[in-house]
Design a protein around this ligand. Structure first.
Ligand SMILES: O=C(O)CCC(=O)C(=O)O
Length: 279
């Protein structure tokens, strides 16, 4: 049956929209190659490699261009309005034949933001399939608003605290969001979602671009590093990053390093340990 709801209606009712055609497969492949060349350059430098995977948009001009892509901005604007920041564009990478998973969770749980005016555009840079560990969404679950989570710190969980929703989620309710390289899904910060292991021989790579309304703020007053990608910033709640000074530029690494410390304090507040296992 043809889909006759517009993007905002689908998002409002289901809490997600996919697939969104953002860039072609060859452009996605170019961005992936740029990323993998950078990963290779930093292979003996775990600290900078982790920063690259958390802040690809601040350290690689190709990702800075991606977060500003008109298709993504228009999609985010349809649900959040015109004034937009990117709070993070961190990579979720599952290597070939990797047991890494993401437990059922809601995104906004530990980000310390004062509201829920956030949406994630998850852009695939390699095939996201059921076999490679594509995300699964429960339609309408965003309407439950914030639910309780427990921390597991499971070593195979890509989330910072291995956090998971404290109530059972019925896998039969899940929609698998298969994406071609260059396509995106968009999901609400309260949507129940998860993903399984990668059983294929290729890496599964996605950039989770977190668009927020510029009027949001961190509850503890931290001015997180953001990119201002649309409309106005009349609020001055964030530290607006300049475009990258270049590729893997040292001044940009320093900016990311200080933001990573501030974000770690927020993400692990009250957790009693800081052993995120993503990178
Ligand atoms: O990449 C994944 O499998 C999970 C990503 C995720 O949970 C998110 O983007 O919010």
């Amino acid at each position: 049956m043809p889909e006759d709801r517009n993007i905002a209606q689908r998002y409002d009712e289901d809490g997600f929209v996919f697939p969104i055609d953002v860039i072609g497969e060859s452009e996605a492949s170019d961005i992936r190659s740029d990323l993998e060349a950078a990963e290779n350059e930093l292979r003996d430098d775990p600290e900078r490699l982790a920063l690259l995977r958390s802040y690809p948009d601040r350290l690689l001009p190709s990702f800075d261009r991606l977060i500003r892509h008109p298709v993504l901005i228009d999609s985010a604007k349809a649900v959040l309005g015109p004034d937009l920041m990117v709070w993070s564009a961190a990579l979720f990478i599952k290597d070939a034949n990797s047991p890494k998973i993401v437990s059922w969770h809601q995104d906004l749980t530990y980000w310390g933001l004062d509201d829920a005016e956030e949406t994630t555009c998850w852009v695939a840079l390699s095939p996201a399939t059921a076999a490679s560990g594509a995300m699964k969404f429960v339609a309408g679950s965003h309407k439950k608003r914030a639910v309780e989570h427990i921390d597991t710190f499971d070593q195979n969980n890509l989330l910072s605290r291995g956090q998971e929703i404290a109530v059972d989620v019925d896998e039969n309710d899940a929609v698998v969001t298969e994406l071609l390289p260059g396509q995106a899904s968009m999901h609400h910060g309260h949507l129940f979602h998860a993903s399984g292991p990668n059983t294929t021989d290729d890496r599964r790579i996605g950039s989770a671009i977190r668009y927020i309304k510029a009027s949001m703020k961190q509850q503890d007053g931290t001015k997180s590093l953001v990119a201002h990608v649309s409309g106005e910033d009349r609020w001055n709640h964030f530290n607006v990053a300049p475009p990258p000074n270049g590729r893997l530029n040292e001044a940009d690494f320093e900016l990311c390093r200080s933001d990573a410390i501030a974000k770690r304090n927020i993400l692990y507040a009250g957790a009693g340990q800081e052993t995120g296992t993503r990178y």
